[in-house]
Design a protein around this ligand. Structure first.
Ligand SMILES: Nc1nc2c(ncn2[C@@H]2O[C@H](COP(=O)(O)OP(=O)(O)OP(=O)(O)O)[C@@H](O)[C@H]2O)c(=O)[nH]1
Ligand SMILES: [Mg+2]
Length: 249
């Protein structure tokens, strides 16, 4: 199924929509079309949840909190912020005029939807893995007055290829221009703090490309003639980023 059919199915069948966003890349992973769709649907509530917030620093969290005062900041793997989110949902269910409150989860592949549903409703036993596209079908699970729906991760058709590669939605080996995606990741890290790259790869340079090359030297990714193996470096950087090995703090 394509993007909108999956999303519309979740939106139509939910009273509350949890839009999961990657705290490291809010601009890329917060789909504004979903936001406006839910806002225009009567009686639906949208809750923005920044997941993977264990990978960003305190200051960045504070900044996002100012920008999104009603959002939640969680780490599904480190179990941070889950109690607050769960009790807010339970409280909403208490005051709901129907027997159960339907909560739908949407977000990019690999954003952590299934990890979160297992915390909100342990009976879900949803499969979690670093391979994107793990959840194939929508799944409803009940916990008290909450009925929660996990859904397959989906990428909007129009999204830019490089940006999609930066999210964990795409297997690095299947990305057409991995070098370009890796450079964008390096640029994002440089923009935050060039020391992050030194810390993780011991690599430095004046431009993103110099750092990219230096990573190759430091990792010993060379081809005949002593040139760096660009493809290998790119895949390594993308994989490290997607899996949250390089922290933004
Ligand atoms: N660092 C970090 N990793 C996380 C967090 N939440 C999930 N992950 C990891 O992200 C990967 C994907 O998690 P899933 O819960 O399967 O993601 P999903 O959104 O259900 O993915 P699809 O079913 O493919 O759409 C797994 O390797 C998780 O361990 C988090 O808060 N922090
Ligand atoms: Mg899943």
């Amino acid at each position: 199924m394509g993007f909108w059919p999956v999303v519309m199915n979740v939106l139509r069948n939910s009273d509350v929509v949890l839009l999961l966003v990657d705290a490291r890349m809010p601009e890329i992973t917060k789909n504004s079309e979903i936001v406006s769709k839910v806002e225009n649907m009567k009686g639906k509530r949208l809750v923005i949840v920044f997941n993977k917030s264990d990978l960003i620093g305190r200051k960045d969290i504070e900044k996002l909190k100012k920008e999104y005062p009603n959002a939640f900041f969680i780490s599904a793997t480190k179990k941070i912020g889950i109690g607050k989110l769960k009790s807010t949902l339970e409280n909403m269910a208490e005051h709901w005029n129907r027997p159960s409150l339907r909560v739908g989860l949407v977000g990019y592949p690999n954003i952590g939807k299934s990890t979160l549903i297992n915390l909100l409703a342990p009976a879900a036993h949803a499969k979690v893995s670093p391979v994107s596209g793990t959840t194939r079908k929508t799944l409803w699970v009940r916990n008290g007055r909450l009925r929660i729906m996990d859904s397959p991760g989906i990428i909007p058709y129009g999204d830019k290829k490089v940006q999609v590669g930066m999210t964990a939605s795409k297997d690095p080996h299947k990305i057409k221009n991995p070098e370009k995606v890796a450079i964008s990741i390096i640029e994002l890290l440089m923009g935050k703090d060039p020391k992050l790259l030194e810390k993780y790869y011991k690599a430095s340079g004046a431009t993103a490309y110099e750092i990219f090359e230096d990573i190759g030297h430091k990792m010993g990714y060379l081809v005949k003639g002593g040139e760096v193996d660009e493809n290998r470096i790119a895949i390594k950087v993308i994989d490290d980023w997607q899996r949250g090995r390089i922290m933004l703090k």
